[in-house]
Design a binder for this molecule. Structure first.
Ligand SMILES: Nc1ncnc2c1ncn2[C@@H]1O[C@H](COP(=O)(O)OP(=O)(O)OP(=O)(O)O)[C@@H](O)[C@H]1O
Length: 307
């Protein structure tokens, strides 16, 4: 199949569970070779979107196309060119690592000979060759995740969709998965992934869709999102004393917008005049570079990891 510039096209997608709109009219595209991330907290609608794309779930309104194939009528063809990694790996724990890969490939129409050769390739790529004959239940969580991605690659897909690829993994295993996803990207594989980790989105994605409550609030490269919605620097105020009310009063009197986050106050103005706070004892004002967490806070009024 020839490569198309726009690999995934979603237009006006709506999906409801009973009368609740989990996806509320989203549109986006993923271009050939791009990694696009859906970034949002629990319940934003990321999994619902991924499930529609993977052909696992029906939808109510809108158009979904993958490599010029219409998901409404050509789902079977889409599954031959799209690798899917769901949140729950769906690996068979009682057969070996290699059998998981090869069985999946046969069921997808790959010949036995090709499946065997391809399994060798993906096992090597994911540093799993030494575990090929072990039962999946004996693998660590990080290895299982790598195997789930390896399995999706058995069909040599043009595009891969991954739902929260590193949720639940320890930092070392997350870094290993990131390294492999970065390699896939440099090999030209098109990737759509969902995540609620800001660092994961910033490291891996060319463009990020900020999602909340079934909507895409912004979609752009990470640095553009930060420039547009958070500015260069963010001011945070930390208190060594318990006089939080005094800080609130001083900020209000100075007309400064802020949010209280745990033990600190995050100032929402880009260049605030904080002279009114000079006399509050035990107060520390810090400046740091803005990040995607700040973008999310500006767009939604809440933190990324909170519901
Ligand atoms: N089968 C279902 N029946 C009813 N409501 C559902 C169902 N699946 C999801 N929802 C609701 O739809 C909304 C979006 O859920 P979804 O799983 O798509 O979000 P998410 O961004 O992937 O969150 P998470 O990170 O928790 O997976 C949530 O409010 C969720 O409770």
């Amino acid at each position: 199949m020839t490569r198309v510039e726009s690999v995934i096209q979603v237009e006006g997608l709506v999906k409801s569970y009973a009368d609740f709109r989990a996806i509320d009219g989203i549109s986006f595209e993923v271009r050939s070779g791009e990694t696009v991330g859906l970034l949002g907290p629990n319940g934003a609608g990321k999994t619902s979107t991924m499930r529609v794309l993977a052909g696992l779930s029906p939808w109510d309104e809108g158009r979904v196309r993958v490599c010029d194939l219409d998901a409404a009528t050509q789902g079977r063809n889409i599954r031959q060119i799209m690798g899917v990694v769901t949140q729950h790996d769906g690996l068979d724990g009682e057969v070996t690592v290699r059998q998981n890969l090869e069985l999946f490939a046969y069921l997808s129409g790959v010949s036995r000979q090709r499946a065997h050769a391809r399994a060798d390739e993906v096992l090597a790529f994911f540093s799993l060759t030494a575990r090929a004959d072990d039962e999946v239940d004996d693998l660590s969580g990080g290895m299982k995740r790598r195997l789930a991605i390896a399995r999706a690659l058995m069909i040599e897909p043009q595009v891969i969709v991954l739902d929260e690829p590193t949720t639940g993994l320890d930092p070392h295993s997350r870094a290993q998965v990131w390294e492999k996803l970065a390699q896939l990207k440099s090999d030209g594989v098109t990737v759509l992934m969902s995540t609620h980790y800001m660092d994961e989105a910033a490291i891996l994605c060319d463009r990020i869709a900020i999602m909340d409550r079934g909507r895409i609030l912004a979609l752009a490269p990470p640095h553009e999102l930060i420039e547009r919605y958070a500015g260069d620097d963010v001011v945070e105020i930390r208190l060594d004393v318990k006089d939080r009310q005094r800080v609130r009063d001083a900020l209000t009197a100075a007309g400064i917008a802020w949010r209280e986050l745990g033990a600190m106050f995050r100032v929402l103005d880009a260049d605030p005049d904080l002279s009114a706070l000079q006399n509050v004892p035990g107060l520390r004002i810090e400046r740091r570079s803005a990040n995607l967490e700040d973008v999310f806070l500006r767009l939604t009024g809440k933190e990324l990891d909170n519901d």
